[in-house]
Design a protein around this ligand. Structure first.
Ligand code: GLU
Length: 449
């Protein structure tokens, strides 16, 4: 069986870390097995969906490398949902109900005050044709509920193991609102069937939904629509570094913001793909490699810890391992492509790609030297070799040591301060040959160069 999964965002907001993880795990699972990844835009809510959000989702997924094999909009598939609704009505599984929100609320309160679960009492099922005609004559429009079986629905969840949901403890879900709007449930099931989705992978918060959806899958299949209920994986939710629910700020952190903050896509995907699994938290070589190593068997049952310190660490790792060929177009875009040797010398000091701009200034200038002791600087200049080659640092510092008596930190730190104008930075042995004779001389003289 070839795997086909879908990521189904509603274009009513930006992608944030939680839904990116869902998209990512779908992609990793599918691609790890040579399967297909479908992007399905859940835009049945025409009032809240916008083309801007839809474009943003596509941009974010593309930037992360989560390229889709197929793409659909639910707003273009209403005829399929109507057809499915008609089949369910014909099978007696979809029934009209006329209660207003206030009426339902009142009934719930009464049930709760009697110690009963606040489940819809199915009063609408007792309505006669005449009752319905009378209600409609009053101007009431029905909403449509799916009649649950009231069975225990069980499935082997790829992430949670054996799961059972008792649909007798649930209200019959409303599938179509009185204004005709299809709520998420039915279109989702119809699409999963129509598109041949083999695995539905989503957050743990959908587990109860799945109980009802499995009944809808089975009802539609029995009515001749579609052939197989997919398998399910409900992932443990993300929590913050402290183990508590993800803070509002982090939970709503958008991919767009992370991009603006200078995070590398591979750091984000490695982080979100590995937290909550038994794998070490390391940056992956590529998204494909991450997919090849992905398995639900590695996913724990406990929540996945989202820690920005880990993300920062992986981000630095991704940059430290980035070959010049990959960095080059981005360096050019920043106007600081100084060649492979400079990239190799500077990349071990990057936390964000943009740090390269400040670091390259150590090579190209202008650097304002920090000269604590002008006498020391002059002495170092006295013994500066004429030829600044790859081995110059060792030879020069030996000579400065012999000439001034300074050693260890007292020798190396002042030279770093003078030559880079910074407290810390790249390895001096690598850096100094890149700075070149002329600038070294000027900096030793205390000039900005
Ligand atoms: N649009 C739904 C959501 O974002 C999709 C859920 C699902 O994957 O079925 O919650």
């Amino acid at each position: 069986m070839s795997v086909k999964v879908r990521f189904a965002p509603s274009p009513t907001g930006k992608l944030h870390v939680g839904n990116v993880r869902t998209a990512l795990v779908n992609w990793l699972f599918a691609k790890g097995q040579g399967g297909q990844f479908v992007l399905r835009i859940d835009d049945t809510d025409l009032a809240r969906s916008t083309p801007e959000y839809e474009r943003g989702i596509e941009e974010d997924l593309t930037w992360l490398g989560l390229i889709w094999d197929e793409r659909h909009n639910q707003s273009k598939r209403f005829d399929r949902y109507h057809a499915a609704a008609e089949r369910l009505k014909a099978a007696g599984r979809l029934y009209p109900a006329y209660e207003t929100a206030e009426e339902l609320d009142r009934r719930r309160k009464v049930q709760l005050s009697r110690g009963l679960p606040p489940i819809y009492d199915r009063a609408a099922l007792a309505l006669t044709d005449a009752d319905r005609a009378a209600l409609e004559a009053e101007g009431r429009k029905p909403h449509w509920r799916f009649k649950l079986d009231g069975q225990r629905v069980a499935w082997e969840d790829l992430a949670k193991g054996h799961v059972e949901v008792d649909t007798a403890s649930m209200s019959d879900p409303v599938l179509i609102r009185e204004d005709g709007l299809y709520l998420y449930t039915l279109p989702s099931v119809v699409d999963d069937l129509d598109m041949g989705i083999t695995h539905v992978i989503r957050g743990e918060d959908h587990t109860t939904n799945t109980g009802a959806q499995i009944e809808i899958f089975e009802a539609l299949i029995a009515a001749g629509l579609g052939s197989a209920t997919p398998r399910f994986a409900h992932m443990p939710l993300l929590v913050g570094a402290d183990g508590a629910a993800l803070s509002k700020r982090l939970g709503s952190l958008s991919v767009a913001e992370m991009r603006d903050q200078g995070y590398e896509p591979l750091a984000i995907t490695s982080h979100l793909g590995k937290i909550g699994t038994s794998d070490a938290l390391e940056v992956a070589k590529s998204l494909e490699a991450l997919g090849a190593g992905f398995s639900f068997d590695k996913m724990g049952r406990s929540p996945a810890r989202y820690d920005t310190d880990d993300l920062d660490r992986l981000n630095a790792q991704a940059l430290h391992a980035m070959p010049y060929a990959v960095a080059r177009p981005r360096l050019a875009a920043l106007g600081c492509d100084l060649g492979e040797a400079v990239w190799d010398a500077l990349r071990p000091n990057l936390n964000r790609f943009g740090d390269i701009v400040g670091l390259s200034r150590m090579v190209t200038g202008p650097v304002t030297p920090i000269v604590e002791d002008a006498g020391f600087a002059a002495a170092a200049l006295d013994v500066l070799p004429e030829t600044i080659d790859a081995g110059v640092w060792a030879a020069w510092t030996e000579a400065v040591k012999a000439h001034t008596g300074a050693k260890g930190k007292a020798l190396f730190m002042p030279l770093r301060h003078i030559l880079t104008g910074q407290e810390r930075g790249p390895d001096m042995a690598t850096l100094v040959p890149l700075i070149g004779h002329e600038r070294i001389v000027r900096r030793l003289k205390g000039e900005t160069a």
